[in-house]
Design a protein around this ligand. Structure first.
Ligand code: UD1
Length: 471
Protein backbone atom coordinates (compact mmCIF):
# COMPACT_ATOMS: atom_id res chain seq x y z
CA UNK A 1 0.00 0.00 0.00
CA UNK A 2 1.06 3.60 -0.41
CA UNK A 3 2.98 4.77 2.61
CA UNK A 4 1.46 7.75 4.30
CA UNK A 5 2.92 11.20 4.02
CA UNK A 6 5.08 11.97 6.98
CA UNK A 7 3.71 15.44 7.62
CA UNK A 8 4.16 16.97 11.05
CA UNK A 9 0.86 18.54 12.14
CA UNK A 10 0.98 21.97 13.74
CA UNK A 11 -0.41 21.33 17.17
CA UNK A 12 -1.19 23.47 20.14
CA UNK A 13 -0.69 21.27 23.15
CA UNK A 14 -1.76 23.84 25.73
CA UNK A 15 1.34 23.62 27.91
CA UNK A 16 2.41 27.06 29.15
CA UNK A 17 -0.60 28.54 27.40
CA UNK A 18 -3.42 30.45 29.02
CA UNK A 19 -7.01 30.72 27.88
CA UNK A 20 -8.37 34.21 28.59
CA UNK A 21 -12.13 34.60 28.53
CA UNK A 22 -14.03 37.84 28.90
CA UNK A 23 -17.41 36.76 30.16
CA UNK A 24 -20.84 38.16 29.45
CA UNK A 25 -21.45 37.41 25.78
CA UNK A 26 -24.61 35.49 24.97
CA UNK A 27 -23.78 32.52 22.72
CA UNK A 28 -25.81 32.03 19.60
CA UNK A 29 -25.53 30.00 16.42
CA UNK A 30 -24.47 26.59 15.16
CA UNK A 31 -21.43 24.57 16.10
CA UNK A 32 -20.16 21.50 14.25
CA UNK A 33 -19.50 18.62 16.64
CA UNK A 34 -16.36 16.52 16.18
CA UNK A 35 -16.12 12.75 16.18
CA UNK A 36 -16.20 11.02 19.55
CA UNK A 37 -12.85 10.71 21.32
CA UNK A 38 -14.11 7.83 23.44
CA UNK A 39 -15.35 5.94 20.37
CA UNK A 40 -12.18 6.65 18.37
CA UNK A 41 -9.71 5.18 20.87
CA UNK A 42 -11.23 1.65 21.16
CA UNK A 43 -11.86 1.57 17.40
CA UNK A 44 -8.20 2.38 16.75
CA UNK A 45 -7.31 -0.43 19.18
CA UNK A 46 -9.68 -2.84 17.41
CA UNK A 47 -7.86 -2.33 14.11
CA UNK A 48 -5.08 -4.50 15.62
CA UNK A 49 -7.40 -7.52 15.32
CA UNK A 50 -6.89 -7.78 11.55
CA UNK A 51 -4.10 -7.41 9.02
CA UNK A 52 -4.77 -4.67 6.49
CA UNK A 53 -5.31 -0.97 5.82
CA UNK A 54 -8.00 0.94 7.70
CA UNK A 55 -9.34 4.42 7.01
CA UNK A 56 -11.21 5.93 9.93
CA UNK A 57 -13.15 9.16 9.38
CA UNK A 58 -14.76 11.78 11.64
CA UNK A 59 -11.68 11.41 13.86
CA UNK A 60 -11.06 14.39 16.16
CA UNK A 61 -7.60 15.97 16.11
CA UNK A 62 -6.93 15.69 19.84
CA UNK A 63 -3.84 15.08 21.94
CA UNK A 64 -5.31 11.77 23.17
CA UNK A 65 -5.87 10.52 19.62
CA UNK A 66 -2.30 11.50 18.70
CA UNK A 67 -0.94 9.58 21.71
CA UNK A 68 -3.00 6.54 20.70
CA UNK A 69 -1.53 6.79 17.21
CA UNK A 70 1.90 6.60 18.88
CA UNK A 71 0.78 3.48 20.77
CA UNK A 72 -0.12 1.77 17.47
CA UNK A 73 3.13 2.94 15.87
CA UNK A 74 5.10 1.56 18.79
CA UNK A 75 3.44 -1.82 18.18
CA UNK A 76 4.67 -1.80 14.57
CA UNK A 77 1.73 -0.26 12.70
CA UNK A 78 2.07 2.52 10.14
CA UNK A 79 -0.29 5.37 10.89
CA UNK A 80 -1.12 8.78 9.54
CA UNK A 81 -3.62 11.38 10.54
CA UNK A 82 -4.91 14.46 8.79
CA UNK A 83 -8.10 16.45 8.45
CA UNK A 84 -10.35 14.11 10.35
CA UNK A 85 -8.97 10.92 8.78
CA UNK A 86 -6.81 8.35 10.46
CA UNK A 87 -5.05 5.73 8.35
CA UNK A 88 -3.80 2.60 10.05
CA UNK A 89 -1.77 -0.10 8.32
CA UNK A 90 -1.54 -3.12 10.63
CA UNK A 91 0.33 -5.37 8.18
CA UNK A 92 3.60 -5.03 10.06
CA UNK A 93 2.15 -5.29 13.58
CA UNK A 94 4.82 -7.26 15.41
CA UNK A 95 5.11 -6.13 18.99
CA UNK A 96 2.88 -7.30 21.84
CA UNK A 97 4.66 -5.50 24.68
CA UNK A 98 3.12 -2.16 25.56
CA UNK A 99 5.36 0.85 26.04
CA UNK A 100 5.17 1.97 29.71
CA UNK A 101 5.73 5.64 28.79
CA UNK A 102 2.69 5.61 26.54
CA UNK A 103 0.53 3.83 29.13
CA UNK A 104 1.71 6.42 31.63
CA UNK A 105 0.58 9.20 29.28
CA UNK A 106 -2.82 7.71 28.62
CA UNK A 107 -4.62 5.00 30.51
CA UNK A 108 -6.86 4.18 27.53
CA UNK A 109 -3.83 2.56 25.89
CA UNK A 110 -4.70 -0.58 27.92
CA UNK A 111 -7.44 -1.04 25.29
CA UNK A 112 -4.89 -2.70 23.03
CA UNK A 113 -4.58 -5.60 25.52
CA UNK A 114 -7.68 -7.44 24.27
CA UNK A 115 -6.79 -7.23 20.55
CA UNK A 116 -3.13 -8.17 21.14
CA UNK A 117 -4.06 -11.11 23.35
CA UNK A 118 -6.50 -12.32 20.69
CA UNK A 119 -3.93 -11.93 17.88
CA UNK A 120 -0.76 -13.24 19.59
CA UNK A 121 -2.16 -15.30 22.49
CA UNK A 122 0.00 -13.18 24.75
CA UNK A 123 0.51 -9.58 25.74
CA UNK A 124 2.74 -7.81 28.25
CA UNK A 125 1.75 -4.62 30.01
CA UNK A 126 4.53 -2.97 32.03
CA UNK A 127 2.64 -0.64 34.31
CA UNK A 128 4.70 2.41 35.13
CA UNK A 129 5.53 2.61 38.84
CA UNK A 130 3.24 3.84 41.52
CA UNK A 131 0.94 6.41 40.05
CA UNK A 132 -0.30 4.71 36.92
CA UNK A 133 -3.18 2.31 37.21
CA UNK A 134 -3.45 2.10 40.96
CA UNK A 135 -6.20 4.68 41.21
CA UNK A 136 -8.08 3.37 38.16
CA UNK A 137 -7.52 -0.35 38.26
CA UNK A 138 -7.93 -2.77 35.41
CA UNK A 139 -9.04 -5.65 37.62
CA UNK A 140 -12.34 -6.12 35.72
CA UNK A 141 -10.42 -6.39 32.45
CA UNK A 142 -8.10 -9.01 33.96
CA UNK A 143 -11.03 -10.86 35.54
CA UNK A 144 -12.55 -11.29 32.07
CA UNK A 145 -9.28 -12.20 30.33
CA UNK A 146 -8.76 -14.92 32.92
CA UNK A 147 -12.22 -16.36 32.24
CA UNK A 148 -11.40 -16.32 28.52
CA UNK A 149 -8.47 -18.60 29.31
CA UNK A 150 -5.52 -16.27 29.85
CA UNK A 151 -2.95 -17.05 32.53
CA UNK A 152 -2.02 -13.86 34.31
CA UNK A 153 1.23 -13.05 36.03
CA UNK A 154 2.21 -9.84 37.74
CA UNK A 155 5.94 -9.44 38.32
CA UNK A 156 6.84 -6.09 39.87
CA UNK A 157 4.00 -4.34 38.09
CA UNK A 158 4.58 -5.98 34.71
CA UNK A 159 1.42 -7.86 33.85
CA UNK A 160 1.68 -10.68 31.34
CA UNK A 161 -1.31 -12.47 29.86
CA UNK A 162 -0.74 -15.79 28.13
CA UNK A 163 -3.29 -18.08 26.54
CA UNK A 164 -1.17 -20.95 25.14
CA UNK A 165 -4.14 -22.64 23.45
CA UNK A 166 -5.86 -19.40 22.40
CA UNK A 167 -8.88 -17.79 24.02
CA UNK A 168 -12.09 -19.79 24.65
CA UNK A 169 -15.61 -18.38 24.73
CA UNK A 170 -17.18 -18.16 28.17
CA UNK A 171 -19.67 -16.25 30.33
CA UNK A 172 -18.23 -13.10 31.93
CA UNK A 173 -20.44 -11.44 34.53
CA UNK A 174 -18.78 -8.08 35.12
CA UNK A 175 -18.83 -6.80 38.72
CA UNK A 176 -19.57 -3.32 37.31
CA UNK A 177 -20.50 -2.15 33.79
CA UNK A 178 -17.03 -0.77 33.10
CA UNK A 179 -16.77 0.84 29.68
CA UNK A 180 -13.12 -0.06 29.15
CA UNK A 181 -13.49 -3.65 30.40
CA UNK A 182 -16.54 -4.24 28.18
CA UNK A 183 -14.61 -2.91 25.17
CA UNK A 184 -11.44 -4.86 25.88
CA UNK A 185 -13.28 -8.15 26.47
CA UNK A 186 -15.58 -7.71 23.50
CA UNK A 187 -12.54 -7.22 21.25
CA UNK A 188 -10.70 -10.21 22.72
CA UNK A 189 -13.76 -12.47 22.36
CA UNK A 190 -14.17 -11.78 18.62
CA UNK A 191 -11.36 -14.25 17.84
CA UNK A 192 -11.99 -16.67 20.77
CA UNK A 193 -13.18 -20.23 20.10
CA UNK A 194 -16.94 -20.51 20.65
CA UNK A 195 -19.43 -18.16 22.23
CA UNK A 196 -18.77 -15.45 24.85
CA UNK A 197 -21.49 -13.67 26.79
CA UNK A 198 -20.62 -10.46 28.66
CA UNK A 199 -23.24 -9.89 31.36
CA UNK A 200 -23.65 -6.56 33.17
CA UNK A 201 -21.96 -4.99 30.14
CA UNK A 202 -21.61 -1.23 29.76
CA UNK A 203 -24.26 0.19 27.42
CA UNK A 204 -22.63 3.46 26.28
CA UNK A 205 -23.06 4.51 22.61
CA UNK A 206 -19.28 4.06 22.21
CA UNK A 207 -19.74 0.33 22.96
CA UNK A 208 -22.36 0.10 20.21
CA UNK A 209 -20.08 1.96 17.79
CA UNK A 210 -17.19 -0.39 18.55
CA UNK A 211 -19.46 -3.43 18.03
CA UNK A 212 -20.63 -2.04 14.68
CA UNK A 213 -17.02 -1.53 13.62
CA UNK A 214 -16.10 -5.07 14.70
CA UNK A 215 -19.11 -6.55 12.91
CA UNK A 216 -18.09 -4.74 9.73
CA UNK A 217 -14.69 -6.41 10.17
CA UNK A 218 -16.47 -9.79 10.19
CA UNK A 219 -17.15 -10.27 13.91
CA UNK A 220 -20.44 -11.72 15.12
CA UNK A 221 -21.59 -9.55 18.01
CA UNK A 222 -25.17 -9.15 19.20
CA UNK A 223 -26.70 -7.17 22.01
CA UNK A 224 -24.25 -4.23 22.18
CA UNK A 225 -26.11 -1.42 23.92
CA UNK A 226 -27.88 -3.88 26.24
CA UNK A 227 -26.70 -5.45 29.49
CA UNK A 228 -25.88 -8.73 27.75
CA UNK A 229 -23.54 -8.88 24.77
CA UNK A 230 -23.05 -12.13 22.86
CA UNK A 231 -19.95 -12.66 20.76
CA UNK A 232 -19.58 -15.72 18.52
CA UNK A 233 -15.86 -16.17 17.86
CA UNK A 234 -14.68 -16.18 14.24
CA UNK A 235 -11.39 -17.36 12.71
CA UNK A 236 -10.27 -14.02 11.35
CA UNK A 237 -11.31 -10.47 10.70
CA UNK A 238 -10.57 -8.06 7.85
CA UNK A 239 -9.79 -4.34 7.54
CA UNK A 240 -12.54 -1.79 6.80
CA UNK A 241 -13.21 1.93 6.45
CA UNK A 242 -15.38 3.42 9.15
CA UNK A 243 -16.78 6.75 10.36
CA UNK A 244 -17.08 7.18 14.14
CA UNK A 245 -20.09 8.63 15.94
CA UNK A 246 -20.29 12.30 17.00
CA UNK A 247 -18.95 13.21 20.41
CA UNK A 248 -21.87 13.28 22.84
CA UNK A 249 -19.75 14.82 25.61
CA UNK A 250 -18.62 17.68 23.38
CA UNK A 251 -22.26 18.18 22.33
CA UNK A 252 -23.38 18.37 25.96
CA UNK A 253 -20.52 20.80 26.69
CA UNK A 254 -21.64 23.28 24.03
CA UNK A 255 -25.25 23.00 25.18
CA UNK A 256 -24.14 23.82 28.75
CA UNK A 257 -22.16 26.79 27.38
CA UNK A 258 -25.35 27.98 25.69
CA UNK A 259 -27.34 27.44 28.89
CA UNK A 260 -25.08 29.47 31.19
CA UNK A 261 -25.07 32.45 28.80
CA UNK A 262 -28.85 32.36 28.23
CA UNK A 263 -28.05 31.61 24.60
CA UNK A 264 -29.43 29.71 21.62
CA UNK A 265 -26.92 27.07 20.57
CA UNK A 266 -27.44 24.32 18.01
CA UNK A 267 -25.01 21.43 17.60
CA UNK A 268 -24.81 19.92 14.12
CA UNK A 269 -23.23 16.58 13.14
CA UNK A 270 -24.53 15.56 16.56
CA UNK A 271 -26.57 12.66 17.82
CA UNK A 272 -29.45 13.78 20.08
CA UNK A 273 -30.31 10.12 20.78
CA UNK A 274 -27.10 9.71 22.76
CA UNK A 275 -28.10 12.41 25.28
CA UNK A 276 -31.34 11.13 26.84
CA UNK A 277 -31.04 12.29 30.45
CA UNK A 278 -28.96 15.34 29.59
CA UNK A 279 -31.70 16.73 27.36
CA UNK A 280 -34.23 16.13 30.15
CA UNK A 281 -32.04 18.16 32.52
CA UNK A 282 -31.80 21.00 30.00
CA UNK A 283 -35.58 21.04 29.70
CA UNK A 284 -35.93 21.10 33.50
CA UNK A 285 -33.51 24.04 33.53
CA UNK A 286 -35.99 25.92 31.33
CA UNK A 287 -34.59 25.31 27.83
CA UNK A 288 -36.65 24.75 24.74
CA UNK A 289 -35.15 21.82 22.84
CA UNK A 290 -34.67 21.69 19.08
CA UNK A 291 -34.14 18.11 17.93
CA UNK A 292 -33.67 16.94 14.38
CA UNK A 293 -31.66 14.30 12.53
CA UNK A 294 -28.01 14.92 13.41
CA UNK A 295 -28.93 18.18 15.13
CA UNK A 296 -29.70 19.21 18.69
CA UNK A 297 -30.14 22.71 20.00
CA UNK A 298 -31.46 24.77 22.88
CA UNK A 299 -33.13 28.12 23.37
CA UNK A 300 -32.16 28.98 26.94
CA UNK A 301 -33.98 31.14 29.47
CA UNK A 302 -32.11 34.29 30.63
CA UNK A 303 -31.29 32.48 33.88
CA UNK A 304 -31.47 28.68 34.24
CA UNK A 305 -33.68 27.02 36.83
CA UNK A 306 -31.63 24.94 39.22
CA UNK A 307 -31.29 21.22 38.48
CA UNK A 308 -29.07 18.63 40.10
CA UNK A 309 -27.67 15.34 38.85
CA UNK A 310 -26.65 11.94 40.09
CA UNK A 311 -24.25 10.26 37.68
CA UNK A 312 -24.75 6.58 36.83
CA UNK A 313 -23.66 4.33 33.96
CA UNK A 314 -25.37 4.94 30.59
CA UNK A 315 -28.21 5.58 29.97
CA UNK A 316 -27.97 7.52 33.25
CA UNK A 317 -26.49 11.00 33.57
CA UNK A 318 -22.90 10.85 32.26
CA UNK A 319 -20.12 11.43 34.76
CA UNK A 320 -18.22 13.27 32.00
CA UNK A 321 -20.98 15.93 31.78
CA UNK A 322 -21.46 16.51 35.50
CA UNK A 323 -18.72 19.19 35.83
CA UNK A 324 -20.25 21.23 32.99
CA UNK A 325 -23.80 21.07 34.32
CA UNK A 326 -22.49 22.04 37.75
CA UNK A 327 -20.70 25.06 36.25
CA UNK A 328 -23.95 26.20 34.62
CA UNK A 329 -25.83 25.72 37.89
CA UNK A 330 -23.52 28.06 39.83
CA UNK A 331 -25.60 30.97 38.51
CA UNK A 332 -28.99 29.18 38.44
CA UNK A 333 -32.11 30.24 40.25
CA UNK A 334 -32.13 27.97 43.32
CA UNK A 335 -29.97 25.25 44.83
CA UNK A 336 -29.37 21.62 44.00
CA UNK A 337 -27.43 18.47 44.78
CA UNK A 338 -24.83 16.75 42.62
CA UNK A 339 -23.65 13.22 43.28
CA UNK A 340 -21.05 11.22 41.33
CA UNK A 341 -21.27 7.46 41.76
CA UNK A 342 -18.70 6.60 39.06
CA UNK A 343 -15.52 8.48 39.97
CA UNK A 344 -14.46 9.78 43.34
CA UNK A 345 -12.57 12.82 42.14
CA UNK A 346 -14.98 13.99 39.50
CA UNK A 347 -15.44 17.14 41.59
CA UNK A 348 -12.06 18.59 40.59
CA UNK A 349 -13.75 21.70 39.23
CA UNK A 350 -15.29 22.75 42.53
CA UNK A 351 -12.32 24.45 44.19
CA UNK A 352 -11.67 26.50 41.07
CA UNK A 353 -15.36 27.43 40.72
CA UNK A 354 -15.33 28.56 44.36
CA UNK A 355 -12.38 30.87 43.53
CA UNK A 356 -14.72 32.44 40.97
CA UNK A 357 -17.27 33.06 43.71
CA UNK A 358 -19.46 29.95 43.34
CA UNK A 359 -21.40 28.92 46.44
CA UNK A 360 -20.70 25.17 46.65
CA UNK A 361 -20.46 22.91 49.69
CA UNK A 362 -19.06 19.49 49.06
CA UNK A 363 -18.20 16.39 50.89
CA UNK A 364 -16.82 13.29 49.22
CA UNK A 365 -19.05 12.54 46.28
CA UNK A 366 -21.91 14.93 47.14
CA UNK A 367 -22.04 18.66 46.42
CA UNK A 368 -24.67 21.29 47.17
CA UNK A 369 -24.64 24.11 44.61
CA UNK A 370 -26.48 27.35 45.49
CA UNK A 371 -27.00 29.60 42.50
CA UNK A 372 -25.61 33.15 42.81
CA UNK A 373 -26.22 36.22 40.63
CA UNK A 374 -22.91 35.90 38.81
CA UNK A 375 -19.39 34.55 39.05
CA UNK A 376 -16.32 36.79 39.01
CA UNK A 377 -13.48 36.15 36.59
CA UNK A 378 -10.09 35.28 38.09
CA UNK A 379 -7.04 33.05 37.49
CA UNK A 380 -7.84 29.33 37.72
CA UNK A 381 -6.07 26.09 36.84
CA UNK A 382 -7.70 23.28 34.87
CA UNK A 383 -7.29 19.98 36.75
CA UNK A 384 -8.63 17.53 34.10
CA UNK A 385 -10.41 17.49 30.73
CA UNK A 386 -13.99 17.90 31.86
CA UNK A 387 -13.19 20.21 34.77
CA UNK A 388 -11.31 22.35 32.22
CA UNK A 389 -14.47 22.68 30.13
CA UNK A 390 -16.47 23.46 33.29
CA UNK A 391 -14.12 26.40 33.95
CA UNK A 392 -14.49 27.59 30.35
CA UNK A 393 -18.27 27.51 30.75
CA UNK A 394 -18.04 29.43 34.03
CA UNK A 395 -15.71 31.99 32.41
CA UNK A 396 -18.17 32.60 29.57
CA UNK A 397 -20.66 33.97 32.09
CA UNK A 398 -18.41 35.50 34.78
CA UNK A 399 -17.95 39.24 35.22
CA UNK A 400 -14.57 40.33 33.86
CA UNK A 401 -11.69 38.15 32.75
CA UNK A 402 -11.12 34.48 33.61
CA UNK A 403 -7.67 33.10 32.82
CA UNK A 404 -7.32 29.32 32.72
CA UNK A 405 -3.93 27.61 32.95
CA UNK A 406 -3.07 23.90 32.44
CA UNK A 407 -4.82 24.22 29.11
CA UNK A 408 -3.38 20.94 27.87
CA UNK A 409 -6.22 19.19 29.68
CA UNK A 410 -8.84 21.01 27.62
CA UNK A 411 -7.04 20.25 24.37
CA UNK A 412 -6.86 16.54 25.20
CA UNK A 413 -10.63 16.31 24.88
CA UNK A 414 -11.84 19.22 22.72
CA UNK A 415 -11.01 19.96 19.09
CA UNK A 416 -10.64 23.67 18.26
CA UNK A 417 -12.62 24.85 21.30
CA UNK A 418 -11.53 28.48 20.94
CA UNK A 419 -12.52 28.70 17.27
CA UNK A 420 -15.86 26.98 17.90
CA UNK A 421 -16.78 29.19 20.88
CA UNK A 422 -15.63 32.36 19.07
CA UNK A 423 -17.94 31.51 16.16
CA UNK A 424 -20.80 31.33 18.70
CA UNK A 425 -19.97 34.85 19.94
CA UNK A 426 -17.68 34.18 22.90
CA UNK A 427 -14.77 36.51 23.63
CA UNK A 428 -11.75 34.29 24.32
CA UNK A 429 -8.18 33.77 23.20
CA UNK A 430 -5.12 31.65 23.93
CA UNK A 431 -2.02 33.52 25.08
CA UNK A 432 1.50 32.47 26.04
CA UNK A 433 1.89 33.32 29.72
CA UNK A 434 2.63 31.72 33.04
CA UNK A 435 0.05 32.13 35.77
CA UNK A 436 0.60 31.78 39.48
CA UNK A 437 -2.72 30.12 40.19
CA UNK A 438 -1.54 28.61 43.50
CA UNK A 439 -3.56 25.45 43.00
CA UNK A 440 -4.52 23.88 46.29
CA UNK A 441 -2.10 21.05 47.06
CA UNK A 442 -4.97 18.89 48.28
CA UNK A 443 -6.31 18.79 44.74
CA UNK A 444 -5.68 15.65 42.71
CA UNK A 445 -2.43 15.89 40.79
CA UNK A 446 -2.25 17.27 37.31
CA UNK A 447 -0.30 14.47 35.68
CA UNK A 448 -2.00 13.28 32.51
CA UNK A 449 -2.19 9.70 33.75
CA UNK A 450 -5.92 9.22 33.82
CA UNK A 451 -8.14 9.79 30.82
CA UNK A 452 -10.76 11.93 32.41
CA UNK A 453 -10.45 12.20 36.15
CA UNK A 454 -8.57 10.46 38.91
CA UNK A 455 -10.22 8.13 41.39
CA UNK A 456 -9.01 6.31 44.42
CA UNK A 457 -11.39 3.41 44.60
CA UNK A 458 -14.53 2.26 42.92
CA UNK A 459 -17.14 1.69 45.63
CA UNK A 460 -19.14 -1.01 43.90
CA UNK A 461 -16.04 -3.15 43.59
CA UNK A 462 -15.83 -3.67 47.35
CA UNK A 463 -18.05 -6.74 47.39
CA UNK A 464 -16.46 -8.24 44.31
CA UNK A 465 -12.83 -8.54 45.11
CA UNK A 466 -10.77 -8.77 41.96
CA UNK A 467 -9.34 -12.06 40.79
CA UNK A 468 -6.06 -10.34 40.06
CA UNK A 469 -5.14 -7.04 41.55
CA UNK A 470 -2.81 -4.60 39.91
CA UNK A 471 -1.78 -3.23 43.29
C1 UD1 B 1 -14.50 5.54 30.12
C2 UD1 B 1 -14.32 6.89 29.44
C3 UD1 B 1 -14.42 8.02 30.46
C4 UD1 B 1 -15.70 7.90 31.25
C5 UD1 B 1 -15.85 6.51 31.85
C6 UD1 B 1 -17.20 6.32 32.55
C7 UD1 B 1 -12.87 6.38 27.59
C8 UD1 B 1 -11.53 6.52 26.96
N1 UD1 B 1 -13.02 6.93 28.79
O1 UD1 B 1 -13.41 5.39 31.02
O2 UD1 B 1 -14.41 9.25 29.75
O3 UD1 B 1 -15.69 8.87 32.30
O4 UD1 B 1 -15.75 5.53 30.82
O5 UD1 B 1 -18.25 6.60 31.69
O6 UD1 B 1 -13.79 5.83 27.00
N2 UD1 B 1 -13.02 0.29 37.40
C9 UD1 B 1 -12.48 -0.66 38.25
N3 UD1 B 1 -11.82 -1.72 37.70
C10 UD1 B 1 -11.69 -1.88 36.36
C11 UD1 B 1 -12.26 -0.91 35.50
C12 UD1 B 1 -12.92 0.16 36.05
O7 UD1 B 1 -12.58 -0.55 39.47
O8 UD1 B 1 -11.08 -2.87 35.92
C13 UD1 B 1 -13.75 1.42 37.98
C14 UD1 B 1 -13.06 2.74 37.66
O9 UD1 B 1 -12.04 3.01 38.60
C15 UD1 B 1 -14.22 3.70 37.73
C16 UD1 B 1 -15.41 2.88 37.23
O10 UD1 B 1 -15.02 1.51 37.36
O11 UD1 B 1 -14.46 4.09 39.06
C17 UD1 B 1 -15.80 3.16 35.80
O12 UD1 B 1 -14.68 2.95 34.98
P1 UD1 B 1 -14.81 2.59 33.42
O13 UD1 B 1 -16.25 2.50 33.05
O14 UD1 B 1 -13.95 1.41 33.16
O15 UD1 B 1 -14.20 3.89 32.76
P2 UD1 B 1 -13.11 3.95 31.62
O16 UD1 B 1 -13.35 2.92 30.59
O17 UD1 B 1 -11.76 4.04 32.24
Amino acid sequence: MARFLNKKPIVQNGESQILSITGGNRLSGEVVISGSKNATLPIMAASLLAKGDFTLTNIPNLADVRVFKEVLKDLGCVTDFNTGRCYIDTNSLGNNVLNPDLIGRMRASVLVMGPLLARFNEVTVPLPGGCSLGPRPIDYHLFGFKLLGAEISDINGTISLYAPKGLRGTIIDLPFPSVGATENLMMAATLAKGMTVIENAAREPEIVDLAEFLNMMGAEINGAGTRSITIRGVNDLHSVNYSVIPDRIETASFLMAGLITGGDVTCVNASPWHLPVILEKLEEAGCELIIDTEKVGIKSPPRPKSVGAKTTPYPGFATDVQPMLMAAMTIADGENIFMDTIFENRFNQIKELIKMGADIEFNGRVALVRGIDNLTGCDVAAPDIRAAMALVIAGLKADGETRISNLEHLLRGYENPVEKLTALGADLKITEETLDTKTDTTQPDKTPVSDEATVSEHPQSDDDSPVVSTN
